[in-house]
Design a protein. Structure first.
Lengths: 117, 115
């Protein structure tokens, strides 16, 4: 089946550091990928929709300058948390749908646990 | 805007029992998809079952089945012969059949299967 690989799975860094998270579709092409944030014991909150070759679409309340998204190819989207602070600590998950597979479910990465000290 | 509501924050049943998780949604769309995802402690999102709104027949996947009531905008998940491995957070999700196809998630239900 379709696999989405997300790296790193866990990162700890100092406040002020920028952190990049990668989301790759391993055996399919994804025109669109999605980035979610999940706080402990809460649901997934959509942050932005990543579109290959164009600007990402951010949800209301998400700072686009804080969370930079790049979707340079049909198999890779990256989320960069710029100048991260402790309040950015969270679990980040990406998902991807197969291009042309409008009736297919999205496939999720295993998530990235981000801890800012 | 679409919303998804799961009114049961936590549920607990004994192994081998049957349990039903409720989900309601609100939308003005006619064509859409509904999903149940499972998130075990590993936090991996696992698709349990999905339902196309245009299909009247309820979806079934082994021990998992849904009761889809389109008019009532209800989409409950029934787990039969529950197993210890079913312990997880369960999220109901909605997706329209057009546009960006982003998922809207409910708040989740924490299900515990006791031995």
């Amino acid at each position: 089946g379709a696999v989405v690989s997300q790296h790193p799975s866990w990162v700890i860094c100092k406040s002020g550091t920028s952190v990049k998270i990668e989301c790759r579709s391993l055996d399919f092409q994804a025109t669109t990928m999605f980035w979610y944030r999940q706080f402990p014991k809460q649901s997934l909150m959509l942050m932005a929709t990543s579109n290959e070759g164009s600007k990402a679409t951010y949800e209301q309340g998400v700072e686009k300058d804080k969370f930079l998204i790049n979707h340079a190819s049909l198999t890779l989207s990256t989320l960069t948390v710029t100048s991260a602070h402790p309040e950015d600590s969270s679990f980040y998950i990406c998902s991807a749908g197969e291009t042309g597979g409008w009736n297919q479910p999205q496939h999720f990465g295993d998530g990235t646990r981000l801890s800012i000290l | 805007a679409q919303t998804v509501t799961q009114s049961q924050p936590e549920m607990s049943v004994q192994e081998a029992e049957t349990v039903t998780l409720s989900c309601t949604y609100d939308t003005s769309e006619n064509n859409y998809y509904l999903f149940w995802y499972k998130q075990p402690p590993s936090r991996q999102m696992i698709l349990v079952i999905r339902q196309e709104a245009y299909k009247q027949q309820n979806a079934t996947e082994n021990r998992f089945s849904v009761n889809f009531q389109k008019a009532a905008k209800s989409f409950s998940l029934k787990i039969s012969d529950s197993q210890l491995g079913d312990t997880a957070m369960y999220f109901c999700a909605f997706r329209v059949d057009q546009g960006a196809q982003k998922l809207v998630f409910g708040q989740g239900t924490r299900l515990t299967i006791n031995p």
